[in-house]
Write a protein that binds this ligand. Structure first.
Ligand SMILES: NC(=O)c1ccc[n+]([C@@H]2O[C@H](COP(=O)([O-])OP(=O)(O)OC[C@H]3O[C@@H](n4cnc5c(N)ncnc54)[C@H](O)[C@@H]3O)[C@@H](O)[C@H]2O)c1
Length: 325
């Protein structure tokens, strides 16, 4: 147990050992959206610094009173890190005592980021995809490509086929051979972004975020009734494809609008609402043929809602290292 002034440090492997399941992360993230939708969460738009082109380090604070979860993720995304054998996303997450503000836990945030982002996609799919969605397109076969496949497999019971695409053929091959034995549905390698998108009921794009993107997804590639979930901002989807959607939602309207002020999303439509509105039933699919885009930029309430569960379980099982503050 932490004493006053002690902080629990959880490495990536400590966090992984806790064994929180994807279904539990989906529940935590959905609850965080419920709290947001009811106006009971504090989550300011994330500011960032940029030490390299197309790279970011973001500060992501949030407080969810009902979960007694308060903290901040300090997370970076560096698209060229793979050349150095480093992950694209790295960082730490700090949890604070809600009564005193004192930091009580510092954990690696790679596991949380991989899992909660996929969980947010799953919540979006649960509410916004056609329930019999059978084909899933995944563009970007990296960390998110993997965790999103796991999360979507849990909420799309009708899934029959996954078409994955990656710009790097060896990465795609490794992804497909890893996924095939794990899942009961067909996993295929698409030879182009178009092949992964056309005919898909749900489309996840998880390539790099580019400040000056060269997007390829055309409106005509997106079938009626499809749900598109861009995780890489507007880097993969042409503005016309985003504008052609019957509903355009995001995970936080204020955050999307903040990004417009710093040069992103010039051609992206105004969001009709956010995931808080979706889980509260204020916005949603009205017919099987509506095309919906849910552009989740990533929200700190998802992080702290997951991290508080991890912290409590780590304390209960004696995982991690207690450090003096
Ligand atoms: N919205 C969120 O909440 C959130 C959270 C975490 C990560 N992300 C974003 O998700 C994306 C993926 O992150 P990750 O951790 O999986 O990174 P990653 O490096 O593990 O995977 C990215 C993959 O995309 C591939 N790729 C590069 N250019 C491509 C292209 N043009 N077409 C198809 N594939 C391409 C790379 O080869 C790599 O396999 C990043 O843009 C990241 O910023 C978003």
């Amino acid at each position: 147990m932490n004493g006053p002034g002690d902080v629990l440090y959880l490495s990536y492997s400590d966090v992984e050992k806790i064994g929180m399941r994807m279904s539990e992360v989906i529940d935590a993230v959905e609850s965080s959206f419920v709290e947001k939708g009811a106006g009971r969460a504090e989550v300011p738009p994330k500011p960032g610094i940029h030490t390299q082109p197309d790279a970011f380090i973001h500060a992501m604070p949030a407080y969810i009173p009902r979960m007694e979860a308060a903290g901040m993720k300090w997370v970076s995304g560096y698209p060229d890190n793979h050349k150095l054998g480093l992950p694209y996303i790295t960082g730490v997450l700090v949890l604070n005592d809600v009564r005193t503000g004192v930091p009580v836990c510092i954990m690696d945030c790679m596991w949380v980021t991989a899992m909660r982002t996929a969980a947010a996609s799953a919540v979006a799919a649960k509410y916004l995809a056609n329930p019999d969605s059978a084909e899933l397109g995944i563009l970007g076969a990296g960390v998110q490509g993997r965790s999103n496949l796991e999360a979507l497999s849990l909420v799309l019971p009708g899934l029959r086929k996954v078409k994955a695409y990656d710009i790097r053929p060896d990465t795609l091959e490794a992804y497909v051979s890893e996924a095939r034995p794990k899942y009961p549905f067909e996993v295929t390698a698409a030879s182009s972004p178009m092949e992964a998108v056309v005919g898909s009921d749900v489309i996840i794009t998880a390539g790099p975020i580019l400040k000056h993107p060269d997007p390829v997804i055309e409106p005509s590639w997106v079938k009626p009734g499809a749900l598109g979930i861009p995780l890489d901002f507007d880097s993969y989807w042409k503005d016309e494809a985003l504008q052609a959607a019957d509903h355009f939602v995001t995970d936080d309207v204020e955050q999307l609008d903040y990004y417009r002020t710093v040069g992103y999303f010039a051609g992206t439509p105004a969001a009709e609402g956010d995931m808080g509105d979706v889980v509260a039933g204020r916005i949603g699919r009205r017919s099987r043929d509506e095309r919906i885009i849910c552009m989740n930029l990533g929200l700190a309430i998802e992080d702290v809602a997951t991290a508080i569960v991890l912290y409590k379980r780590a304390l209960a099982s004696g995982l991690g290292r207690v450090l003096p503050l």
